[in-house]
Design a protein around this ligand. Structure first.
Ligand SMILES: Nc1ncnc2c1ncn2[C@@H]1O[C@H](COP(=O)(O)OP(=O)(O)O)[C@@H](O)[C@H]1O
Ligand SMILES: [Mg+2]
Length: 389
């Protein structure tokens, strides 16, 4: 028995420094592969800041885990390092738009980050304050997940009109600007940088460069890095996924008091990551969709071998009545079922029932532990009732 429960927590047999493997840790340049040109390019766009000149607006785009946040923070840090040496005045603020996906949210967060002290509800006032603030110093607004901004045309247009403000937008695809007026689009996309996914060898290279810093010597079995890299490559070449798996495998080894990280630990890490993805997906579904899922879970737990759309609908109707929710049409419920199918929560196979037309056979895809977590979420939403009414 350890004399103090925190002793083993503080001293790990596995990790030297686990934060090196987390996505928000910004690695030194020598740990970064392949992005030199892109870092250089972004640096050139933003270099005018050091001469107190406004840089162009730009968009960085590419799928998840390809280094978008990494290159932005690398340049942000290097600029801030140079700032005191150049007598320049500028401020760079980072906003994750997914958390504030409206014009109001974006303005509120911007003013908060700039410490402008206003907490009211007038959008006009927010714009005025930002405008006033940028008279004294250039502001670079880094808007991550800019593609999640709802009705983005207007706020983006307004922000690009502010003389001393530049936007660095980060997005998965450039197509979000299709909804923008052409004047907004051309103002925002003065410069573009596209980042592309990694192959398995590149991912293995990224992981290997961090091995010495993050793990104690010799704890990784030889096959571990290639396997994490291969799984990351399957996931469209996502470095975040590969790093998450490696970190998760280390944690799984730690939990089982193993002194080495093996392939088995990667499997455990994969399950944990899947669990997080599914529970997150369920949590973010609209209430109607959660009600449909609740109906499916109830039927599965009642022992139904083959669940069909009609069965789901009748249980769903009961839940809506209990919860005071509006009952949607069967057609809409069909859409919500497809949606749950896409999210990997259920499998809905269409089959043909002779002259009765098409129906769907629905299977719940959740393993035991995921199902328990999902039920807890539905309970928190007050949807999961232990008995069918
Ligand atoms: N070229 C690279 N070299 C080293 N590490 C990388 C590289 N690209 C991405 N990473 C790492 O992968 C993780 C995800 O990168 P991130 O910049 O957050 O991706 P994105 O913002 O495109 O989703 C981070 O831990 C990051 O440090
Ligand atoms: Mg990112």
């Amino acid at each position: 028995m350890e004399p103090n429960v925190f002793k083993s927590f503080l001293k790990s047999n596995i990790f030297k420094d686990r934060k090196v493997l987390s996505a928000d840790w910004i690695p030194n340049r020598d740990l970064v592969i392949r992005l030199d040109d892109k870092i250089q390019e972004l640096g050139q766009f933003l270099a005018p800041l050091l001469k107190n000149e406004k840089p162009p607006n730009c968009i960085i785009y590419g799928p998840s885990g390809v280094g978008k946040t990494l290159i932005v923070f690398t340049i942000k840090n290097e600029l801030e390092e140079m700032k005191p040496k150049t007598n320049s005045k500028f401020q760079m603020v980072y906003i994750k738009c997914g958390e504030y996906p409206t014009e109001f949210g974006l303005l509120y967060k911007t003013c908060k980050m700039l410490d402008l002290g206003y907490k009211g509800t007038s959008k006009g006032r927010y714009y005025e304050l930002i405008k006033k603030h940028t008279k004294d110093e250039i502001v670079v607004l880094i808007i991550d997940e800019i593609d999640k901004l709802k009705n983005g045309n207007e706020p983006i247009f307004n922000l690009t009109r502010i003389p001393n403000l530049s936007i660095v937008g980060i997005a998965n695809k450039l197509t979000f600007t299709e909804d923008y007026e052409s004047r907004t689009k051309s103002s925002l996309c003065e410069r573009n940088i596209l980042l592309s996914p990694y192959n398995a060898l590149e991912l293995a290279n990224i992981l290997r460069k961090r091995e010495k810093l993050s793990f104690n010597k010799g704890v990784l079995e030889p096959g571990v890095i290639p396997k994490c890299a291969a799984l990351g490559a399957q996931e469209h070449g996502d470095a975040r996924k590969a790093l998450d798996l490696l970190k998760g495998a280390g944690e799984a080894a730690e939990k089982t008091n193993s002194n080495r990280v093996t392939g088995k630990h990667i499997d455990i890490a994969e399950d944990v990551i899947d669990l997080d993805i599914i529970t997150e997906a369920v949590r973010n579904k609209p209430r109607q969709s959660q009600a449909v899922l609740t109906a499916i879970i109830k039927l599965a737990e009642e022992g139904y071998k083959s669940i069909q759309t009609g069965d789901v609908f009748s249980v769903y109707e009961g839940i809506c009545k209990d919860m005071g929710l509006k009952v949607l049409t069967q057609r809409r419920i069909s859409d919500l079922i497809s949606d749950l199918d896409m999210a990997g929560v259920i499998n809905a196979r269409i089959f043909y029932k002779g002259r009765y037309g098409r129906t769907r056979e629905i299977k719940l895809l959740l393993g035991k532990s995921v199902l328990e977590r999902v039920k807890t979420i539905l309970q928190q939403e007050e949807l999961y009732l232990p008995h069918i009414g």
